[in-house]
Structures are given as C-alpha cells and as structure tokens.
Write a protein that binds this ligand. Structure first.
Ligand SMILES: [Mg+2]
Length: 254
C-alpha cells in the first residue's frame, strides 16, 4: 500500500525536550520525496509559524502550512462549524495568534471559551472563563493531556487547567486534540486524502495511536518518547507498526 501522507507528532518523535532525536532530520526530509508530511501536535503554546521556524532551524523542510497545532485546530474547528466568533482564550500567545488568524475576535465577554496550556494562569482567567460558560458560552479544550514531558521532567499540562474549569462549571468541554476526532477532521480537510492513505507516527498510545486507529489511518509507534515495550505490552491499544525511532520509518514495508 502506498502511503500518501505521513502525520508526525513532534515531542518524542522529532524532539526530546530541546534536543532533536538522532536521525530525525534526514528521515523526515526523505519522506518529502514521495509523500506529503504534516506535523501534528497537541501543544497549543506555539503558533504554526513558530513551530515551522523551530523545525527549519533544526534542518527540517516545512512551512507553517505543514503544521497543525491543537490551537490552530480549535480555531479552524470553530470557523468551520460556527463561522467567525467571539472567543475568551485561556492559553498562551500561540493559541491567541491562531484564533485571531482564523478571524475570531478575542474578548472577555465571549460565545466560546477555548482552553489550552497557560503557564501564566491566574485565578481571574478561571473566573472569567467560568462566567462565560455559565452565561452559555461553548467550552472547548485544545487537549486534555494531564502532563507535559520537558527537559526538567513532568509539568502540569493543559488537562490540569481544563479540569479546574470543568469542575467549577459542571460542564464537560469539547476536546479538539488527539485522540479526539476534531483535530483529525482538520488534518483530513487539509490533506484532501482518505484516512487509509495516511500514516500517523507518534510516541503515545493514548493520543497519537488511538487518534489514528479511530479515524482509520495506519499507525506507527516510536519508542523514542513516552512509551516502552512494557507499557505497550500492558495496553489494549495496538499500533500497526512499532519502531525504535523515526529513523527506522523508511524500512517499514506497508
Ligand atoms: Mg509526543
């Protein structure tokens, strides 16, 4: 089977903290010779421009049009289903930039509350977010990852903030990021391909691999990030292929 597009997670696949994984640059650049490549991250703190610039600085070919962040996907999802809207964001510059780029208006009295990782979170943001939801705003989460693996170890992820607001509001959010369908719908909209023509490559079973299984893509787990042979053995989520790192991707016989 010919794979027409590769959807690559970033952390644990291309990067480990601030380091580039050995062999990643050559492997990714070679994929471009015969397929489309899309970089897909649940992280909403950076804009697509910012992610592309970082990849370029590492030697990886791409533009911002080859990058989908959960922040971009949230902004695109709202536009696709509801048009231009007013949004109160709890998140960082990357999320706010993507919401504005899709034509939404950022304000404190809004019809949508969009929550991502915010390392400048304070009580007032939760208070305003809650007030909007109580008043009928739609509650959207970029992702619910509980923690983030950094070079300093685990830090609280977007999920920790989403659940604080969920507890206060008594309302569950629509979740955009992997493994939920909205971000994969945005991916397929952009690629204009069928899911079975695509392969998703990731380091987490419960986000990347589950997202791929749910939408019908081929799935490749790399062991260069979060998962180990042991965690794979104990999981009910079964990837189609398991490789040590992205540098082995070219050796897969699809
Ligand atoms: Mg990852």
């Amino acid at each position: 089977m010919a794979i027409k597009a590769y959807i690559l997670d970033l952390d644990g696949v291309i990067y480990l903290g601030s380091d580039v994984i050995v062999g990643a640059v050559d492997s990714v650049n070679r994929l471009w010779d015969h397929a489309r490549v899309l970089f897909l991250t649940n992280n909403s703190t950076r804009s697509r421009d910012n992610v592309a610039a970082r990849l370029n600085a590492s030697g990886i070919r791409c533009t911002k049009n080859d990058v989908i962040t959960a922040g971009y996907a949230a902004a695109a999802h709202i536009k696709k289903h509801h048009g231009f809207q007013t949004v109160y964001p709890i998140g960082e510059a990357g999320l706010i930039e993507e919401l504005k780029a899709q034509g939404h208006t950022i304000c404190e009295d809004a019809d949508f509350v969009v929550v991502g990782l915010d390392r400048d979170l304070h009580y007032d943001k939760l208070r305003i977010g809650l007030q909007n939801i109580v008043d009928g705003a739609e509650f959207i989460a970029t992702n619910t990852d509980p923690v983030l693996l950094t070079e300093h170890g685990f830090v609280p992820g977007s999920g920790a903030i989403v659940h604080a607001l969920e507890t206060a509001a008594g309302v569950s959010p629509l979740v955009i990021g992997k493994p939920e369908p909205p971000i994969m719908d945005i991916v397929l909209d952009i690629l204009k391909l069928q899911a079975d023509e695509c392969a998703i490559v990731g380091d987490r079973l419960e986000t990347d691999i589950l997202a791929g299984i749910r939408c019908g893509m081929s799935t490749v787990l790399v062991l260069s990030g979060v998962e180990t042979r042991e965690s794979l053995e104990h999981s009910e989520i079964e990837p189609d292929y398991v490789i040590e790192s992205i540098s082995e991707l070219a050796a897969i016989e699809w």
